[in-house]
Design a binder for this molecule. Structure first.
Ligand code: ZN
Ligand code: ZN
Length: 332
């Protein structure tokens, strides 16, 4: 695997390892400016990822203080995890969409409360008790992949972040994360699409204890927002670069449409919890059965199913029923 690639002069892709994770790596991007470099996404906070980034800087002949600005596309650990450490070593400004900045500024992310809230959330959605203890360890591991970092600046839709050489136009694309952004460079027609659009993987859209509203509805609206974009090259945060933005958007629309149908099929005759529904639909394009899914994958399956159920509820295609503190869903 080529860790460092020059996409065009002044835009460099650095792949950082995600140890023991099926994604394998995260693509981070260094963008040249007149006063220093901007870093889009950071890798997560472990020794391997940090050493790979330090090594890449060394190969490129750069030092930490030359990084002037860090922009994580969203707050997931593989994008934001190392931000605090890199900020500490470089003195760079840390900028994030204002919605994700708000989540960081106000959340229980740095305490154990988030674990309790997640357990409670899973319980009311029908996840049996014997699934909980292992979840706790997984959540704790995820929290350790963040280094605490307080963003300096909140970004808004349509903000232009100029490096002096490139202009990065902020496109707010909520869904995968409430404050997810893509960055569009109009002169080169390059789109940094984060996890919003990946060429092969469908991004995880979930509802969990810390999220509210209708993230799948937001995600589909955010895809529509990019339909008219004149893009020549897509630079995603995972997998390889791509050029067919519109074809990919169509595939993603079709995917979620068929997922909704499949979910509706399980609740025609009787109401079920999100957990029960998750165990009756296909996962990983049918390549793996529910029984073969590990505990973290099952948890993600339930939170993804919940995102589809909420989108269906907003479209008046399912009813949400609470019985004895447990939430059930049924097609009307
Ligand atoms: Zn993500
Ligand atoms: Zn990611």
């Amino acid at each position: 695997m080529n860790t460092i690639s020059e996409i065009i002069p002044g835009i460099i892709q650095v792949k950082l390892p995600l140890k023991d994770n099926p994604l394998g790596y995260v693509n981070t991007y260094l963008i040249q400016g007149t006063k220093g470099w901007t870093l889009i996404d950071t890798g997560w906070n472990d020794q391997e990822s940090f050493e790979a980034f330090s090594k890449a800087l060394e190969i490129l002949g750069l030092t930490f203080p030359e990084i002037q600005l860090i922009i994580p596309t969203h707050i997931h650990p593989d994008h934001f995890g190392l931000a605090g450490k890199i900020k500490g070593l470089s003195g760079a400004e840390l900028a994030l969409h204002e919605v994700d900045k708000f989540i960081i500024d106000s959340s229980d992310m740095w305490t154990g409360n988030i674990l309790y809230e997640m357990q409670e959330w899973l319980r009311i959605n029908g996840v049996p008790d014997n699934h909980h203890p292992e979840n706790e360890d997984i959540s704790m591991d995820a929290i350790n992949l963040f280094a605490k970092a307080i963003p300096d600046r909140g970004l808004k839709h349509d903000d232009i972040v100029s490096t002096g050489i490139f202009d990065l136009q902020v496109i707010w694309t909520p869904g995968h994360s409430p404050g997810h952004i893509c960055l569009y460079e109009p002169t080169t027609k390059i789109l940094f699409s984060g996890d919003h659009i990946l060429p092969g993987i469908t991004p995880n859209i979930s509802i969990h204890a810390e999220s509210h509203g209708n993230p799948l509805g937001d995600y589909l609206d955010s895809l529509k927002l990019l339909e008219g974009l004149n893009m020549e090259l897509g630079l995603p945060a995972h997998e390889e670069t791509y050029t067919d933005l519109h074809g990919r958007i169509e595939q993603l629309f079709a995917h979620h449409k068929s997922r909704k149908q499949e979910i509706l099929g399980t609740i025609q005759n009787e109401s079920k919890t999100a957990f029960q529904i998750s165990s009756r639909i296909t996962w990983m394009a049918g390549e793996i059965t529910w029984d073969e899914l590990g505990p973290l994958d099952r948890r993600i399956a339930v939170t993804e199913t919940l995102a589809h159920l909420e989108a269906l509820r907003v479209e008046n295609r399912v009813n949400k029923i609470k019985k004895d503190d447990i939430v059930f869903y049924k097609a009307p």
